[in-house]
Design a protein around this ligand. Structure first.
Ligand code: ADP
Ligand code: ZN
Length: 729
């Protein structure tokens, strides 16, 4: 009997051998016995004779698919993911599948209801001569049967009953066959005339169709990047090829989808976290079988198979939500580049504030650089300023001079946007008598005060408790909130400007289905003049009535332990500025700071992101930091502080041994406590590996991780490896 290699969703970095009396194709699911359980696995290929000589093997219990779930190309991409991110292949494959297929659900759609003519066309026309709606349906069905779900608008229950009674139509259940007619249903909407820079970008992209190539579309906010995507997509769809568009988590609003569907009709596959498993599976099937031409989704949509791939677009490519922070720690943008290469299609990375990684690739000509330097239409770019708040009185974090400015903008009937990166009422609750700070014991961090919920909440582990009236230490009635969060800012603004309405957007006010979208709709209502919020405000939405943007505290990122903090601050500030003055009204942006002389803030406000980013790249080069070096981070955590240290020290020793027998150069930093040293009751440490050569890093990592499976220290901690880490907390 033939023997197969099967990948299983288990933490070990290997495949398992099973026999089967049927011939199994690579990429189908099978059910197999494993350690007393029954598991679903994926067939990875036939084992060679030498691999299984002298071992007795178990038999596959059941084959779940007639058609492979992975094409050979997608399987080889999964192998790449497994090797690149140093993650077990079984878990990689299951991460790439829609959740419904991780269980034993059928992978092919079930039968569908089909409506067709029950009489010849002439008879049908005669019988419906006086019923125009029925007649329309008859004409539609004259070409052949249609799926009931696709003609729902015409085939109302009344019409269906009437036509069934007269035996003009029949409705039958038929086996599912893919309908690849999305091209026929393509309704192209009106489009604006592209300006010169846009036209250049569009033709650069479309002349690359059918060949691999990566583009960085660097365009200031409001310069018409989305319009470039839309016109490039149109060209690809007209050629009968499919397009996959990735957008950041917070950017996938009904407004975004509407913009695409207005241009291309309604048959668009949308993938986001709010869908049910079955809805996700349906889009996966439709894309694989070529039933839809356009798929829009967040991070994991990058795994969607396509029948005739033509183009991949990653919008806001700098966005942090593209990096998965647990399990398979992939970066959807980086994987998109690998996938586009294997599929031999172009990839477009778009941003007003490109990540330094991508920018470096463009500046070194690995990527083609397309630039949109002006705003589309006649909107002028916002001016940027620093406000020195040293020795200025602050009310809810707003300097007196700023309050004046805000008032002026409000009196002109405009909107003002205030950004603060802390939600809740106050970021700490402190006793004025003894100095005691109410802290989460599991994370060793101050609790955030939430007045509306009447709770203290830990933003690191989500634990919460009622707000105590008196101090837990000295029992005096002297507790008060220190610092300002969105909730307090909202309240403070209500007091400062009682005649204006405040709209708060943070994860507390946009929680729940459709909530973000309904809050965003309110932005357009004239009565809301003051917008308060967190990061949510910075992501691609159009706020045309905003003429003043205020960043309450620009200082946090200046002194962070994370070397990317300044890049992220610059991106945030620039994206926020891009919200302002998008229509005819010019906008201004103010950063409140205690460090007005700081070179980063100076550079950013005087010269803009483009200049800042190129300068920051030079700094990174001199400091031997990414993108000029490559990193991998080993993380470990345990309830006892000594265990992560022991484990990571062991890793370090093993690496040093490996380095002795090779000429490779690798920098090993640590073990050091993570930026958040304690979280959810666990002590956390990390070991950073850095090399000027990516291959060196990978050559050492794979054997290290294999050995670690048998190291006793490894069993006492929870550990993981993160290739190209983005987050050091
Ligand atoms: P971005 O994605 O860079 O933020 P958008 O594509 O959303 O920019 O364009 C910003 C605004 O300008 C939108 O309202 C869009 O409809 C408009 N716009 C874009 N390109 C053009 C054009 N060539 N002519 C007229 N209006 C345009
Ligand atoms: Zn906590």
């Amino acid at each position: 009997m033939p023997v197969y290699q099967i990948a299983l969703p288990v933490p070990k970095r290997q495949t398992y051998m099973y026999t089967s009396d049927q011939c199994l194709h690579d990429g189908v699911r099978v059910q197999v016995p494993f350690a007393g359980r029954s598991l679903i696995g994926i067939v990875m290929g036939q084992a060679s004779d030498t691999e299984h000589r002298d071992i007795t093997l178990k038999n596959v219990d059941r084959v779940l698919d007639t058609r492979p779930l992975f094409t050979p190309l997608m399987l080889s991409l999964c192998q790449w993911l497994s090797q690149y991110y140093q993650h077990p292949i079984g878990d990689v494959l299951f991460t790439c599948l829609p959740a419904a297929l991780r269980k034993d659900n059928p992978s092919e759609p079930g039968p569908v209801e089909v409506v067709s003519l029950a009489v010849d066309i002439d008879t049908a026309r005669q019988q419906t001569a006086r019923a125009p709606k029925q007649r329309t349906l008859v004409e539609m069905l004259s070409q052949g049967g249609r799926r009931v779900q696709d003609v729902r608008d015409l085939l109302t229950s009344a019409i269906k009953r009437a036509m069934l009674d007269k035996a003009i139509i029949k409705v039958e259940s038929q086996p599912y066959t893919p309908e690849q007619d999305w091209q026929a249903n393509l309704r192209l909407g009106e489009k604006p005339h592209a300006n010169a820079e846009q036209a250049l970008a569009i033709s650069a992209i479309t002349s690359q169709l059918g060949r691999f190539g990566v583009f960085l579309l660097e365009g200031v906010t409001g310069s018409g990047k989305t319009e470039v995507y839309l016109q490039a997509i149109e060209e690809v769809l007209l050629q009968g090829q499919q397009v996959l568009v990735l957008v950041p988590e917070i950017g996938l609003t009904p407004q975004t989808v509407l913009r695409f569907s207005q241009r291309f009709g309604s048959r668009i596959g949308v993938l986001h976290s709010g869908l049910s498993d079955n809805e996700r599976l349906r889009v996966w099937q439709q894309s694989r079988d070529g039933e839809i031409g356009l798929i829009i989704g967040t991070r994991s949509a990058i795994f969607t198979p396509m029948q005739t791939p033509g183009l991949i677009i990653v919008d806001e490519e700098h966005d942090l939500s593209y990096k998965q922070q647990d399990g398979l720690r992939y970066h959807a943008r980086d994987y998109a580049a690998k996938r586009a290469k294997q599929e031999n299609i172009p990839l477009v990375l778009g941003s007003a504030t490109p990540s330094l990684e991508t920018l470096q690739n463009a500046l070194s000509n690995r990527y083609q650089h397309l630039i949109l330097s002006h705003r589309a239409g006649n909107a002028r770019p916002p001016t940027q300023h620093l406000m020195d708040i040293r020795e200025q009185p602050l009310r809810v974090g707003i300097a007196a001079g700023m309050t004046q400015r805000i008032r002026q903008h409000l009196e002109r009937g405009n909107q003002v946007l205030l950004f603060i990166n802390r939600r809740g009422y106050a970021p700490a609750y402190v006793c004025h008598q003894c100095g005691h700070v109410e802290s989460c014991r599991r994370c060793d961090k101050p609790y955030t005060v939430h007045r509306q919920l009447n709770k203290l909440q830990c933003h690191h582990c989500a634990s919460a408790r009622p707000i105590p009236k008196t101090c837990n230490q000295c029992h005096q009635d002297a507790m008060f909130g220190v610092g300002v969060g969105t909730e307090q800012l909202e309240q403070g603004l209500n007091t400062l400007f009682p005649e204006r309405k405040v709209l708060r957007l943070d994860s507390d006010t946009v929680k729940g289905k459709g909530k973000l979208s309904s809050q965003l709709d309110k932005v357009n209502q004239p009565e809301y003049q003051l917008l308060v919020g967190t990061q949510i405000l910075s992501k691609g939405h159009h706020f045309p009535r905003v003429t003043l943007v205020v960043v309450l505290d620009a200082d946090g990122a200046l002194f962070s332990g994370d070397f990317r903090a300044s890049e992220h601050l610059a991106q945030l500030v620039t994206q926020l500025a891009g919200r302002a003055g998008r229509a005819e009204q010019p906008g201004e942006m103010w950063l409140q700071t205690h460090n007005p002389g700081h070179p980063l803030l100076q550079d950013l406000t005087n010269n803009g992101y483009q200049h800042f980013a190129r300068y920051a790249l030079l700094e990174r080069k001199h400091a031997h930091l990414p993108p000029f070096t490559y990193q991998a981070l080993l993380r470990a955590e345990a309830t006892h502080a000594s265990l992560p240290h022991a484990f990571l020290s062991r890793c370090r020793e093993m690496l040093n041994e490996m380095l002795q027998s090779s000429a490779a150069s690798l920098q090993i930093i640590g073990p050091l406590p993570s930026l958040m040293e304690k979280r959810q009751g666990k002590y956390r440490m990390q070991l950073l590996l850095q090399s000027s050569q990516r291959s060196t890093l990978h050559r050492l990592l794979s054997p290290l991780l294999l050995q670690l499976e048998n190291v006793p220290e490894a069993r006492k901690v929870r550990w993981s490896v993160d290739v190209d880490p983005q987050d050091f907390t």
